[in-house]
Design a protein around this ligand. Structure first.
Ligand SMILES: C[S@@+](CC[C@H](N)C(=O)[O-])C[C@H]1O[C@@H](n2cnc3c(N)ncnc32)[C@H](O)[C@@H]1O
Length: 449
């Protein structure tokens, strides 16, 4: 199907950071177009009744448009807002949260202005890059062109920790020296699929996970030795084996090639050991602001037993532990619970327990068994809370609920249900993901008398 080129004016930015252009026959969502701007737009495809396109020629520019640091930010699609000034990004994120609440018919609440980052670039502590060949046969790393599996070569990504670049550079050089080919999706041949890097903000420690298409490969020991020699800040090197024909980056099997199977970082003075598959918040500066806000909202005291649902490696639980009598954390990933227990130990925290299982099921069982919690923290994945969790929460009636969310839509949906018994005391967006359309929000709920 052939689409037209159209001229239109952007009236808003969508949930996914695209410019919204209303035309007589429908809405067009346009990458890299901002409110007030007029452009000639090339419509690329239609999905679910809406059109999607890109700017062919900008006719009028927004005062908030800036020159992006990254030359491929529009093609890569990772930084949807890099061409928008930082103050305008923050305004967009505050509005995005307000809009989600309004859409869910939650009226008369104040959404505070989004908390900004002092370091809106080079903040990400976790990156994953595919490795491949360019058309000239050179080994390249980068990001997939939006919606494709074609690698856009990038030497420097402006949102990732600067230390990651050197490790990738040395990997590419070593692959050439050791004659290791990148994985080819079509022929399913080659060795190296992806390289994942996790950097610690508070310690000079880096974890590298090399995803390979084979279990054993020649010269492995020398390759590892040489990589560590050239990048001595690699504290832990993991091989992940993924031989499947899949888009999923990680395989099941892993082995540690060098150092321990974790690195250490810290949040609000509490140390955390992080292993390769555990969730850890990606922005070290902003996570401290987020957690401080969550703790302020909770206004904890030493007499309290509290619950931390979706606790990951115990980050919120262990930051809260010193203010309460006891904290119980629940998480579905086994490795994360093992990490959480280790983390309690290395910080000599004795009033935290961690349970493995589905948050809704474990919470229901505990509450049915007579356990009481005066404050409940929830930090679910994008899909939000399940009905069982919400029903149990409404039955338990803890005095305070602190909801941390990375998705304003599911957040607002859940808050609407909880507002049956809870007053929405504060809604605070936090910019955990500068340059992207994502926003984190923390909400303070107080039980109505
Ligand atoms: C957004 S992360 C939050 C983790 C932690 N609170 C933090 O700030 O680092 C969500 C966590 O929920 C876990 N999770 C996903 N589904 C779950 C479920 N049904 N029950 C318990 N935990 C779940 C994920 O493994 C992940 O660790």
């Amino acid at each position: 199907m052939k689409f037209d080129r159209v001229t239109g004016k952007c009236v808003d930015i969508s949930f996914e950071g695209k410019g919204v252009v209303k035309l007589s026959y429908g809405t067009v969502f346009v990458d890299g177009l901002f409110p007030g701007e007029e452009a000639e737009i090339e419509i690329e495809y239609k999905r679910a009744g809406s059109y999607f396109g890109k700017v062919h020629r900008l006719i009028t520019k927004s005062k908030d448009r800036i020159q992006p640091k990254c030359g491929v930010c529009t093609a890569c699609g990772g930084c949807q807002l890099q061409q928008l000034s930082y103050p305008a990004q923050l305004e967009y994120k505050t509005k995005k949260v307000k809009d989600a609440f309004r859409r869910n018919k939650i009226e008369n609440i104040e959404v505070f202005p989004c908390i900004s980052a002092e370091k809106p670039y080079e903040y990400r502590n976790k990156i994953q890059v595919p490795i491949g060949y360019d058309p000239h046969g050179h080994i390249v790393s980068g990001f997939y062109r939006r919606g494709t599996h074609k690698i856009i070569p990038i030497e420097k990504c402006w949102i990732e920790d600067y230390r990651a670049g050197k490790i990738i550079l040395e990997l590419k050089k070593l692959m050439k020296e050791f004659h290791y080919a990148p994985y080819n999706e079509d022929t399913r041949s080659g060795l190296v699929r992806h390289c994942l890097i996790r950097t610690s903000a508070h310690y000079d420690e880096i974890m590298v996970t090399l995803v390979t298409n084979k279990d054993e490969f020649r010269g492995k020991n020398n390759f590892v030795k040489e990589w560590i020699k050239r990048c001595p800040n690699i504290k832990s090197l993991i091989q992940n084996i993924n031989t499947r024909d899949t888009n999923v980056i990680l395989g099941e099997k892993e082995r540690t090639l060098y150092g321990p199977s974790f690195i250490k970082d810290s949040i609000l003075g509490v140390d955390f050991l992080i292993s390769s598959k555990s969730f850890f918040q990606v922005n070290p500066e902003q996570v401290e602001k987020l957690y401080r806000k969550a703790l302020d909202f909770a206004d904890l005291d030493k007499s309290e037993n509290i619950f931390d649902a979706y606790c990951g490696i115990g980050t919120i639980s262990l930051c809260a532990a010193k203010y309460v009598k006891k904290v119980t954390g629940v998480e579905i990933v086994k490795e994360a619970i093992i990490d959480a227990k280790k983390n309690a130990k290395i910080n000599s925290i004795e009033n935290a327990e961690f349970l493995l299982g589905d948050a809704g099921e474990v919470f229901e069982k505990l509450v049915n068994g007579g356990e009481k919690y005066s404050t409940v923290f929830v930090d679910p994945p994008r899909k939000g809370l399940d009905q069982k969790f919400i029903d149990t929460l409404l039955r338990l009636e803890p005095k305070k609920v602190v909801y941390v969310s990375c998705d304003p839509e599911t957040l607002a949906r859940d808050i609407k249900l909880l507002s049956e018994k809870y007053l929405i005391n504060a809604v605070q967006p936090v910019d955990m993901f500068p340059m992207t359309f994502h926003v984190e929000t923390v909400v303070n709920l107080i039980l109505r008398k």
